[in-house]
Design a protein around this ligand. Structure first.
Ligand SMILES: [Zn+2]
Length: 137
């Protein structure tokens, strides 16, 4: 998925959890929504901070690093940690809707996949739906 879809979906989840106007929660939610793509040099966050240790959507797109990071952040600031967890898991959920999918429980081989291609018209429809829900919730 594209970065805007990731950010809007994460903010929809953040709003559903009643944390949209919590500043640390908001900031860390947006960071979490972009963070799993640091394994790709051309991503928004990957241009600034790139981790070349795995191929795209390998271990960096599993639940473990983001669960650990979110829990570690929540030790210092619970709203920031919860925001980070919401953002990063929103990212993993959306990537699981694409044909490339995600291996959420890496190294287990199970790959969660879906039909929505990144940058396609169906992603634009999904984004429109997310924005519509965001305005309604
Ligand atoms: Zn991703």
């Amino acid at each position: 998925m594209k970065w805007l879809t990731h950010i809007m979906a994460s903010l929809l989840f953040l709003k559903a959890f009643g944390m949209l106007f919590n500043v640390p929660g908001f900031v860390f939610c947006v960071l979490g929504a972009l963070a799993p793509d640091i394994d790709e040099k051309s991503s928004k966050l990957g241009r600034v901070f790139h981790i070349p240790l795995s191929r795209h959507r390998g271990i960096i797109h599993s639940a473990w690093p983001w669960l650990a990071a979110g829990l570690a952040v929540s030790l210092f600031s619970p709203p920031a940690g919860y925001g980070f967890l919401i953002g990063s898991f929103s990212h993993l959920f959306l990537d699981a809707l694409t044909p490339q999918g995600t291996r959420l429980f890496y190294p287990a081989k199970l790959r969660l996949k879906g039909p929505i291609r990144t940058g396609s018209f169906s992603e634009m429809l999904l984004l429109a739906g997310i924005i519509g829900l965001f305005l309604l919730v």
